[in-house]
Design a protein around this ligand. Structure first.
Ligand code: KG4
Ligand code: ZN
Length: 331
């Protein structure tokens, strides 16, 4: 049975995992840097890179020990090679190269976005290509037609902020701390989503792109006006964001050849209001809807190992050890 060690270090989670070709996560470990970055209200790249460098090797040792495996048992080492904060990506990739060289194991360099895009198939063996994927996290906001490993059609991306970033900025404006998405969702439950008139950027436009900068500025103005309850601002923001997502996804679906399902992944997929809205849209369109379990939505190494397995199974060769880390790397 294929066994792959996955390594993830592109943002603020240091992670390692052992995954098999029949979708078993044998062992995994994640070290979050939330506490280190919280005082700054966001991820500080230098602090992130140092934390990855300190934590990655012991994490890998732990995952191998818990999986009762050695590097020699692995068919490949799969590591995120971009896109992301370059210092962190380099820590993970250099570590993977050293281990690959020392144990004579093939290296699979993985695009982090491909990890997110294929993660739903790790959780759900019945999910078939091609499917429509809404990828919404702190760093990414895209709609993709996922046709197979290495085969992606990107229909939409953001022209300014990612959706998770808009949640985080709204949290900051409302004084809710970092990371802000879950805090905004909690406060929104106590508010009226129709109380504060907020814009829906790009809704109605024929191109399915995203924009959230104008929405964020309107939230700031609403807060400064001091005439609304914070809970009403949070609820109205969440409703406006959902309206944008639903409209943009609908246009993207209309612009792509048929798909087997609508899938949402990335940290914002944890939001119940957004999940429920998308489920409704899928059902209106007679499409199956699926979202990976939460630990697979946010950054993790199991999805990187799984992307390595899918690429090997699709016949992609191992990557050379002089491969460079890439801060930007569109799918
Ligand atoms: O996928 P992820 O862990 O990391 C990135 O690759 O960016 O996503 C983190 C993002 C953050 O912006 C966070 O605020 C957002 O996902 N998020 C949420 C929720 N949980 C996490 N946004 C809205 N509602 C949530 N419940
Ligand atoms: Zn991510």
């Amino acid at each position: 049975m294929t066994l792959v060690l996955g390594i993830e270090s592109s943002c603020d989670e240091t992670a390692a995992a052992l995954v098999t070709g029949d979708r078993v996560i044998v062992s995994q470990a994640i070290a979050s840097q939330e506490a280190e970055h919280a005082p700054y209200g966001g991820v500080v790249p230098e602090i992130a890179a140092r934390a990855h460098a300190e934590r990655l090797a012991p994490l890998i040792e732990r995952v191998l020990a818990e999986g009762k495996a050695t590097l020699k048992d692995c068919d490949a080492i799969a590591a995120t090679a971009g896109p992301g904060l370059i210092g962190g990506v380099m820590v993970g990739l250099v570590t993977a190269k050293a281990l690959a060289m020392a144990s004579d194991t093939p290296l699979m360099a993985i695009n982090h976005l491909e990890g997110h895009a294929l993660s739903p198939r790790l959780a759900d063996a019945s999910l078939q290509f091609p499917y429509a994927l809404l990828l919404v996290s702190g760093g990414h906001c895209q709609i993709l037609r996922v046709e197979g490993p290495g085969r992606y059609q990107r229909l939409a991306t953001t022209i300014d902020d990612a959706l998770g970033e808009a949640f985080d900025k709204t949290a900051k404006i409302l004084g809710l701390g970092y990371p802000g998405g879950p805090a905004v969702e909690r406060l929104a439950k106590e508010g009226d989503p129709d109380a504060v008139p907020l814009p829906r950027p790009l809704v109605g436009s024929g191109e399915p792109h995203f924009s959230f900068a104008g929405l964020k500025s309107a939230v700031l103005r609403a807060k400064e006006a001091d005439t609304h309850r914070d809970a009403d601002i949070a609820a109205s923001f969440q409703r406006a964001a959902l309206d944008c997502i639903l409209d943009r996804t609908q246009i993207a679906l209309a612009n792509m050849p048929p798909v087997t399902a609508l899938v949402v992944a990335g940290g914002v997929a944890a939001n119940r209001t957004i999940r429920a809205g998308l489920e409704g849209l899928a059902s209106d369109q007679d499409l199956a809807f699926t979202a990976p379990p939460l630990p697979l939505c946010t950054d993790n190494a199991a999805m990187i190992a799984w992307a390595g397995i899918e690429r090997m199974q699709a016949g992609f060769p191992a990557d050379p050890l002089d491969l460079k880390a890439r801060p930007r790397w569109p799918l």
